[in-house]
Ligand binder design. Structure first.
Ligand SMILES: [Zn+2]
Length: 646
């Protein structure tokens, strides 16, 4: 059975199948039905929002031969079956001329193109020119185009597309009817993926779709390609853990856990969560951004619960969490978070900057030291903490069943809040007459937190995770002498490979002149600090040829769908930031099985660290005591090494 990729199979074939662009759809359908089509349209919007798709649909509307209404046989509902429709759908219709202006910027190219405009269409009624990335044309090319746009032959329609309309001359803009194609919000992507996967009878977890929806960065096409990858990765199913591993995404639950630790004013938990996060080598600035974003949603949840979005599939959790903060605290934490973000550029290393910002939030609370009653959160998405007590690894188990709890009015119905009646959402904990900003000096005079009372009860349960393991790694951060100087570079000396990585990423500029080879590529990878899809794609690349000007990155054929100009540019920029000037080009080619991609390397190192952690733990005298006294067993999947702090 041949498998057709989702993006192609589910590409909209009529205006009515177009997802999320209703405004464009309505305008074009009306124009077609009334036979008042403009001769030039300009579509603006980021990549993957459907410019080519629109052009194809319009070409079909203009050329379908299955008896449309109107004098010229134009229809807004092409049949999809006649010879012309089929040819267009299959991308072999000669009168649909697609031009990538990025690769044809010269005036001769444009002239050659426009010379052919005057000739009648060969196959259909209309010739449709789609000029993508039209802002890349040179000034003289624009002038040549302008003449044609002023007096186009009647059988020609122009569709111009650009991501950057501000770079277009006003003369061109004024001759086009302009539409802004909408960025696809994660909700819409998730909705569509649910529809598609159900129709394809592919099992999926909704939370996994939210990850895909977010990673797609507004592009439905990327969402579909990523879903295809996820299906292959998950052997026919779309599972959260698979998708998270595939995308290398920061697990949103870790960020929620940090905010939860803020709610509990639990400093130990806060630091150990940061240590857990550090293991994933995250972008700490992005973590702080995520925390600020959650604080914003908490503030909304406290004041207008109905307005809380479900952008991470965590709406109910946010509503429950909101009832555990005072409004003042949320505002204060947000402000400290935003300021801390700005200060990060001055910080010696980003991890300690994040920790300081979080600690500052607690240190400056108006209430000062005392902890609020620690009520267990009823709607926790996952048991994220205490590897000693939990028997499941949060990154492996998946329990989206929290929907079984009804939370129509979470603030008042919250069973946790009922238990501890003193916790009221907005007015509860604020001391009389003491608004957001307490006098820092007064707060500072008291110890910022205490490790006593409530902690003691859980100390036994937490013991196995504590002794010298996560702690020993969250502390040396301060005593690491040179590591944090310029880069959050590789600091683990697990293998000799990472030892070489260290020396490279410490002096990226010094090595700038040499040619890149695969080892150097591996060594540089983390220092490039690529994010999102670009990182995902680059992590699957091997270094190909480098001549000092052009760097060829080899891309496995399985990743070809993800290839895009923008990723080449981003990698180029990241290299430039390391003092390496290269034009980056992807080449699709079977990879050398003897070499590791950055992704394979990271996977191997993570496995090594995990094995090492288990080894350390099983030799830990405290654990051995627990095992002897209580017959405890070590749940290996719950072990989270923190030694990989970067
Ligand atoms: Zn047709």
């Amino acid at each position: 059975m041949s498998y057709q990729v989702l993006a192609r199979k589910w590409r909209p074939r009529t205006f009515h199948e177009l997802v999320g662009q209703a405004h464009v759809q309505r305008a074009l359908v009306n124009a077609l039905d009334q036979g008042r089509l403009h001769h030039a349209y300009l579509f603006t919007g980021t990549r993957g929002v459907g410019k080519t798709t629109l052009a194809r649909i319009l070409a079909k509307c203009l050329n379908c031969t299955a008896g449309g209404q109107g004098d010229e046989g134009i229809t807004s509902t092409p049949c999809g079956e006649c010879a012309n429709c089929c040819a267009i759908d299959e991308g072999r219709f000669v009168d649909l001329i697609e031009v990538d202006a990025a690769s044809r910027t010269k005036v001769e190219d444009t002239r050659e193109l426009l010379d052919n405009v005057q000739y009648a269409p060969t196959q259909g009624r209309y010739k449709v020119y789609l000029i993508d990335e039209v802002h890349m044309l040179s000034t003289s090319s624009f002038n040549a185009l302008l003449k044609t746009l002023e007096e186009p032959p009647p059988h020609v329609k122009f569709l111009l597309a650009t991501t950057d309309p501000h770079k277009l001359p006003a003369t061109v803009l004024s001759r086009c009817l302009q539409f802004t194609l909408k960025h696809m919000p994660p909700e819409r992507v998730v909705e569509h993926l649910q529809h598609v996967l159900s129709a394809e009878q592919v099992n999926f977890e909704e939370r996994a779709l939210w990850l895909l929806g977010k990673a797609a960065e507004g592009s439905m096409r990327d969402a579909m390609s990523l879903t295809d990858q996820a299906i292959a990765f998950g052997q026919g199913e779309v599972r959260y853990t698979d998708v998270a591993a595939m995308l290398g995404t920061l697990d949103h639950r870790h960020v929620l856990a940090l905010v939860e630790a803020l709610a509990e004013v639990d400093v130990a938990k806060l630091l150990s969560e940061v240590a857990t996060l550090a293991e994933q080598g995250p972008d700490f600035a992005a973590v702080l951004d995520d925390i600020s974003a959650i604080l914003h949603r908490l503030a909304v949840a406290q004041m207008v619960p109905n307005a809380v979005d479900n952008s991470h599939g965590d709406r109910e959790f946010i509503l429950a969490l909101a009832s555990r903060f005072t409004a003042e605290d949320v505002q204060l934490y947000y402000q400290i978070g935003i300021q801390g973000r700005g200060d990060m550029i001055h910080a010696p290393d980003l991890r300690s900057a994040l920790e300081m910002t979080l600690l500052r939030m607690l240190a400056f609370r108006p209430q000062g030291v005392p902890k609020p009653p620690q009520t267990p959160l009823p709607l926790k998405p996952e048991p994220l903490e205490s590897p000693g007590t939990a028997s499941t690894d949060p990154t492996i188990s998946a329990t989206p069943e929290r929907s079984t709890l009804q939370v129509d009015e979470p603030v008042s119905n919250d069973p946790g809040a009922a238990e501890a009646s003193s916790v009221e959402p907005v007015s509860g904990q604020s001391e009389p007459g003491n608004p957001v900003f307490a006098d820092p000096a007064a707060v500072a005079s008291a110890p910022p937190w205490d490790a006593g009372d409530t902690q003691a009860a859980s100390a036994m349960a937490l013991a196995p995770s504590e002794p010298g393991f996560e702690h020993s790694t969250s502390e040396p951060e301060a005593s690491k002498p040179a590591a944090g100087e310029s880069e959050p570079a590789e600091t683990d000396a697990v293998t000799e490979q990472s030892a070489t990585e260290h020396s490279f990423s410490e002096h990226p500029g010094v090595e700038g002149a040499a040619y890149l080879d695969h080892n150097r590529w591996l060594a540089l990878f983390d220092a490039l600090k690529l994010g999102g899809l670009t990182r995902n794609l680059a992590a699957h690349c091997q270094c190909g040829h480098d001549d000092g000007r052009t760097l060829v990155l080899l891309l496995a054929p399985s990743q070809e769908a993800m290839r895009a100009e923008i990723h080449q540019q981003r990698i180029g920029k990241a290299l430039q930031a390391q003092g390496i000037e290269r034009q980056v080009v992807f080449e699709v080619k079977a990879l050398d099985p003897a070499l590791e991609t950055p992704q394979q390397r990271d996977q191997r190192l993570a496995q090594q660290r995990h094995a090492q952690a288990i080894d350390t733990l099983s030799h830990d005298p405290n654990i051995q005591k627990l095992q002897q006294a209580f017959g405890a067993t070590l749940v290996e999947t719950s072990v989270k090494p923190a030694s990989a702090s970067r």
